[in-house]
Design a protein around this ligand. Structure first.
Ligand SMILES: C[S@@+](CC[C@H](N)C(=O)[O-])C[C@H]1O[C@@H](n2cnc3c(N)ncnc32)[C@H](O)[C@@H]1O
Length: 238
C-alpha cells in the first residue's frame, strides 16, 4: 500500500490560496462575528492570536450544527469569538445553552459585552475562575453534547478527567481539543522544526503529548486527531 502523504500543499502561497478557497466555500460566519474578531485584533494586538482562525470557526459552526448540539461547554473563552460561533450554531434551538469558562476577568468583560450586543446573552453564560475548580460546579447544568477545550494546555488532562468523571459530556457526545499538534512540535521539537525556537509553544509540548497519549488509549473514549489548523483532537465519549 502506498504511504499516505502528509504534506498536502507544496508551499505557503498555495496553502494561503487553499485556505481562502475553503473559507469562501464553507458555511460562512455572520458579519457580526467577523466584526467581533476584528475588534479583538484591534484592541488586543498580538494577543488576539489566541482566537481560533476564521476557517476553524467555520468548522466549529458546521460541526456544532451537524452534530445537533443543544448544550455546549467551552473551556477557554477569551473575548468570546468561538463562543459567539457556537451561539450562532445554536440560534433558534429550543433549550439551547452554552457555558463558556475563563480565568481572565478583563477579556471576560469583552466577551460578556459581545454576547449582549449579539443578543445571545440569554443562553450564553460566562463562568469566571480557574476551570479545574469551576467545572465541579457545572454538574447541575450538564450533561453537554459538545465540549470545546481551548484553555491552558497544562490543564487539558485535568479538565478531560474531570469532565468525564463528573459526567459533563453525554454518552455519544464529543469533546474537541484544540492545538494538540502545536505547530508539529509534539512530533518533532528539534531544529528540524521551524517552530523549535518558539519557547512558549515548546513549553506546552510535554502536556500535549501526555494528553494525546491519554485520549488515544483511554477506554472511555474514541479519538481521531485531525491534522489541520493547529491539530484538533476529536474525542467521542462512549
Ligand atoms: C486560546 S484562548 C481561548 C480562545 C477562544 N476559544 C477563541 O477562540 O476566541 C485560551 C483562554 O484560556 C484561558 N485560561 C487560561 N488558564 C485558564 C484556567 N486555568 N481556567 C480557565 N481559563 C483559563 C485564558 O485566559 C485564555 O483566554
Amino acid at each position: 500500500m502506498k504511504d499516505e502523504i502528509a504534506v498536502i500543499y507544496p508551499n505557503e502561497a498555495i496553502s494561503t490560496a487553499v485556505l481562502k478557497y475553503c473559507r469562501e466555500r464553507s458555511l460562512p460566519l455572520p458579519d457580526h462575528i467577523h466584526r467581533h474578531a476584528e475588534l479583538t485584533e484591534k484592541q488586543l494586538g498580538d494577543k488576539s492570536e489566541m482566537m481560533v482562525s476564521r476557517l476553524q470557526a467555520q468548522y466549529l459552526l458546521w460541526t456544532a450544527r451537524s452534530f445537533g448540539a443543544k448544550k455546549i461547554l467551552e473551556v477557554g473563552c477569551f473575548t468570546g469569538f468561538s463562543a459567539l460561533t457556537f451561539a450562532e450554531a445554536l440560534k433558534g434551538v429550543e433549550g439551547a445553552k452554552i457555558v463558556t469558562m475563563d480565568i481572565n476577568p478583563e477579556t471576560g468583560a469583552i466577551a460578556r459585552q459581545a454576547f449582549k450586543t449579539a443578543g445571545v446573552d440569554g443562553f450564553v453564560e460566562l463562568v469566571l475562575g480557574p476551570a479545574d475548580q469551576t467545572l465541579t460546579d457545572l454538574v447541575p447544568q450538564g450533561p453537554f453534547d459538545l465540549v470545546f477545550l481551548d484553555a491552558n494546555k497544562e490543564g487539558y488532562i485535568t479538565y478531560f478527567n474531570k469532565i468525564l468523571e463528573l459526567g459533563l459530556v453525554r454518552k455519544g457526545g464529543i469533546l474537541i481539543a484544540d492545538n494538540v499538534l502545536k505547530k508539529g512540535l509534539v512530533v518533532d521539537a528539534t531544529e528540524n522544526n521551524p517552530s523549535f525556537s518558539d519557547s512558549y509553544a515548546t513549553s506546552k509540548v510535554p502536556y500535549l503529548k501526555d494528553f494525546n497519549d491519554l485520549v488515544a488509549s483511554d477506554k472511555r473514549v474514541e479519538t481521531f486527531i485531525l491534522p489541520v489548523f493547529d491539530g484538533l483532537a476529536l474525542v467521542r465519549v462512549l
